[in-house]
Each structure stands twice: as structure tokens, then as C-alpha cells.
Write a protein that binds this ligand. Structure first.
Ligand code: SDX
Length: 431
């Protein structure tokens, strides 16, 4: 939903171009430069896309200055408090909160797709037991396109829908089995009598030898973590999914590409890196040493879980996550968890430090999430797979939006070439 505005005038060399401008429903206006090269013979240059809108989307909006995150217009803190993950999945996928009837139809559709093809269990056995779970879920997700040929035709809306539900439903099983494989325990099958978060926790922590009852407080915290990670505009992994999808690749392969990108420590891998950093700091008295390292231009060390390309105020997800950490660890009787104490003191000191204030660096979604996941019992290696599990619905919603856009075309950026100019081949004896 945009409105047309006056043109932007761009003058350079002997040219003056009128470029159309468009106003969004929220956020900055855009200058449409699609015809810039054709009319002006020049490219724009924006590595990292700091000032570039790569697409039009109606799914998620971030106001980095206000520290606001909206899923289809609904603030994340309201959804985290009042909604639940499968309802948020419906909202992201279809654009509106479901009626009770729509929800009662949607939830069983997901629940009844949580099992993997039995042959996929053998796929895990090709990995080393000490393989990082992200390497496993990236591989298993990519392999999924070889099991579900009946939902890989991206031009068939019904197949797109089936593939979407399958991936949202199966990712918890894929991730839980990666965890079980890494600890040498047997796979636990999904159960249709459990809700989405409880089912994931059961598949991770149950063993065949005894009954495992999911703690409802932990399940609620898990569900909230899924909601907080569900989507986030055109972040690196979502942009990867869109670019992969723009070539017509099947949805299972596109999501595998998103998982690969999310793994990086600058992105989804930061939750694992943040907890490892907090543990390395260990005690509050060592915080100044690490703050100094983070500020030292000659030291590559960064405060993991701090800073964000868009948020120049608090990441609203970090606020909810911090409250949830207090609540969950309090209910578990470990509110004095040393890592949580270090995190809180590190945040306090950093937010009073001129370096962090000037660069507008605040805790992001990854700063507190690991503390909760660690308290629940997950190893740090499972933190990013859990992020990927939750983000699958966001990746799919963005992919569906792109595929359904009649103006969609393959993404193919240009470049600023600074390499060798034309030169002729020289035989080896003459070099
Ligand atoms: C996620 O895009 C998304 O929406 C991602 C995400 C999502 O939901 O999809 O929100 C999830 O990826 C959250 C971010 C998790 N990553 C981390 O916590 C890793 C630590 N953070 C940084 O690496 C960094 O802040 C980024 C990658 C998050 C953002 O990088 P930018 O926007 O490219 O900013 P930058 O690297 O240009 O930094 C600006 C300045 C630099 O100093 P100068 O060169 O200007 O002197 O701030 C400094 C940086 O050195 N800086 C930090 C810092 N982050 C930035 N200094 C110390 N510690 C940090 N964490």
C-alpha cells in the first residue's frame, strides 16, 4: 500500500533525471531507481544495503529509532504477551489474526505434518556425532526437496501452501532430531496431543526409558521465544531466501539457503556467541576488560548480542526476552544465575558508556535469549537451530509474498568493477 509522490531530481554530468518517489504506509519514502541505469547509464552503490529497499513487503515493519517491531501491524510485545506462536504463524502467512474457527482449522494442519519421512532418519546417520546441529539441519532441510516432489512446483499456489505448512510443521522435528543425534540418544517422534512448543521440548528432552512431562512454564517461554524470532523484515537470511527464490528454486532449497546464512555469528549465530562470551567474562569484575576490548579498533572482539543495523534504540525483542529471562529463571529458582547477573551488569555498564551511546548500540534479540535456552537445558550449539526453527515461518511468508508478486523477477545485482581493464593473454614463456 503506497502512494505516489513528486519525483526526485538527480543531476550529474550533463544529465538531469526525474526519478519517481513512493511513500510507504510506514517508514521512509523510497526513490524508485529501476530505470536509473537505462536512462542515466549509472548504477547506485550500496554494499550491505544500508540505504536500499530490496523489495516491497506488507509483512513486518521495524522502526529502529522508536525500537518498534510490528508483525502485520501488531506490536511484538502485545503478540508475545497475548498470542501464541501458531497464531503468529497464521498472522504472518495470511495477513490477519485468525478467527477461532480459522485457528481450529490451521493448528491441526500443522500438527498433522510434524513427522518426517522415515527415510530421512537415515540421512542423519551420515553426519559425525559432533557435527554442529546447524550443519545437520541445513543438510536435512535441503534434502527435504527430494522427499516432497508433490509440493515443489512454485507456480502452483496449492503446492506452495502445502510446502509452507510442511516446513513450519517439520522444522521442530528436524531440529530436535539434530540435537538427539548429537547426544547419542534415540529420536523421539512428534506427538499430536502436544502444542507446538511442548512437542518440540518433548522431542528434545524425552527418552524412551521414562515418561517426560513438559513444564508448562518452560513451554510458554519456548513459545514466546519462537514468536520473538518469527520474522524481521529483510534481514540477511530473509534476503537470502528471497534471492534464492527469485530464481525459481524450490521452497525447501530456499529455506536451506536461509539456514546457511542465519548461521553466521553476525546474524543468527550471535545467540550462541553471546552466551559463550558471557561465560568467558564469567564474573562482573571482568566486564570492564571486555568493554575496553569491544571499543578497541585494533581488537576484532565485539560484544555479541549488541548492536543492530536497524535498531538504534532498544530491540523490543530484547526487552521481552529480558523480562522472560527474569521470569523463567525466577520460577526455576535460579534468578541468581551468574551468567544472567553478568549480562545485566554488562548491559548497564555498556549503556552508560559514551562509545555505545554515541554508536547507538543496544542489546539485541540475541543478548538474553541464550540465557533462557541454557536454563531450559539446551547446549549453546542448539541456540541458532532454535532461531532457524522460529524464523522458518518468516522466511516462508516472505518467500510466498515474493512468488505471488506478478512483477517479481530474478535478483541480479550489478557491481562497481575495479579490476584489471582489458588485456591480451601472455604465453607462459613470456611472463
Ligand atoms: C540478528 O538484520 C536483522 O534484523 C538481524 C536480526 C533478525 O532478527 O533477523 O535482528 C538478528 O542478526 C541480530 C544481530 C546479532 N549480531 C550480533 O549481536 C553480533 C554483534 N553485532 C555486530 O556485529 C553489529 O552490531 C551488527 C552486525 C549486528 C550490525 O552491524 P552494522 O549495522 O553493519 O554496523 P557496523 O558493523 O557498521 O557497526 C557500526 C559501528 C562500528 O564502529 P565504527 O566502524 O563506526 O567505528 O558500531 C561498532 C562497529 O565497530 N559496533 C560494535 C558492535 N556492533 C557495532 N562495537 C562493539 N560491539 C558491537 N557489538
Amino acid at each position: 500500500m503506497t502512494s505516489e509522490k513528486t519525483n526526485a531530481t538527480l543531476s550529474f554530468d550533463d544529465k538531469t533525471l526525474e526519478l519517481p518517489m513512493r511513500s510507504p504506509s510506514l517508514g521512509p519514502d523510497v526513490i524508485d531507481i529501476q530505470k536509473l541505469y537505462g536512462q542515466g547509464g549509472v548504477f547506485t552503490y550500496d554494499p550491505g544495503f544500508t540505504s536500499t529497499a530490496s523489495c516491497e513487503s506488507a509483512i513486518t515493519y521495524i522502526d529502529g529509532d522508536k525500537g518498534e517491531l510490528l508483525y502485520r501491524g501488531y506490536p511484538i510485545d502485545q503478540l508475545a504477551e497475548k498470542s501464541h506462536f501458531l497464531e503468529v504463524c497464521y498472522l504472518l502467512l495470511y495477513g490477519e489474526l485468525p478467527t477461532a474457527e480459522q485457528l481450529n482449522e490451521f493448528v491441526p494442519r500443522v500438527t498433522r505434518h510434524t513427522m518426517l519421512h522415515e527415510q530421512m532418519a537415515y540421512f542423519y546417520r551420515g553426519f559425525r556425532r559432533d557435527a554442529h546441529p546447524m550443519s545437520i539441519i541445513c543438510g536435512v532441510q535441503g534434502a527435504m526437496s527430494s522427499f516432497y516432489h508433490d509440493s515443489t512446483d512454485i507456480n502452483d499456489p496449492w503446492q506452495r501452501e502445502v510446502a509452507s505448512i510442511r516446513m513450519i510443521a517439520k522444522m521442530p522435528t528436524v531440529a530436535a532430531w539434530a540435537y538427539k543425534y548429537s547426544i547419542g540418544q534415540p529420536f523421539i517422534y512428534p506427538r499430536n496431543d502436544l502444542d507446538y512448543a511442548s512437542n518440540f521440548l518433548h522431542m528434545c528432552f524425552a527418552v524412551p526409558a521414562e515418561e517426560y512431562v513438559v513444564d508448562p512454564i518452560i513451554a510458554r517461554a519456548m513459545d514466546r521465544i519462537f514468536t520473538l524470532h518469527a520474522d524481521h523484515e529483510q534481514n540477511a537470511s530473509t534476503s537470502t531466501v528471497r534471492l534464492a527464490g527469485s530464481s525459481g528454486a524450490n521452497p525447501f532449497a530456499c529455506i536451506a539457503a536461509g539456514i546457511a546464512c542465519l548461521w553466521g555469528p553476525a546474524h543468527g549465530g550471535a545467540n550462541e556467541a553471546a552466551l559463550n562470551m558471557l561465560r568467558e567474562i564469567g564474573t562482573v569484575d571482568r566486564i570492564p576488560e571486555y568493554i575496553a576490548r569491544a571499543k578497541d579498533k585494533n581488537d576484532p572482539f565485539r560484544l555479541m548480542g549488541f548492536g543492530h543495523r536497524v535498531y538504534k534504540n532498544f530491540d523490543p525483542r530484547a526487552k521481552v526476552m529480558k523480562q522472560s529471562a527474569d521470569e523463567v529463571l525466577g520460577l526455576m529458582g535460579i534468578e541468581n544465575n551468574p551468567t544472567l547477573q553478568v549480562a545485566k551488569e554488562l548491559e548497564r555498564i555498556a549503556l552508560e558508556d559514551p562509545y555505545f551511546i554515541e554508536k547507538k548500540l543496544y542489546p539485541n534479540v540475541d543478548f538474553y535469549s541464550g540465557i533462557i535456552l541454557d536454563a531450559i537445558g539446551f547446549p549453546t550449539s542448539m541456540f541458532t537451530p532454535i532461531f532457524a526453527l522460529a524464523r522458518t515461518v518468516g522466511w516462508i511468508s516472505q518467500w510466498k509474498e515474493m512468488i505471488a508478486d506478478p512483477t517479481q523477477k530474478i535478483g541480479r545485482p550489478r557491481q562497481l568493477y575495479t579490476g584489471a581493464t582489458h588485456r591480451d593473454y601472455v604465453d607462459v614463456e613470456n611472463r
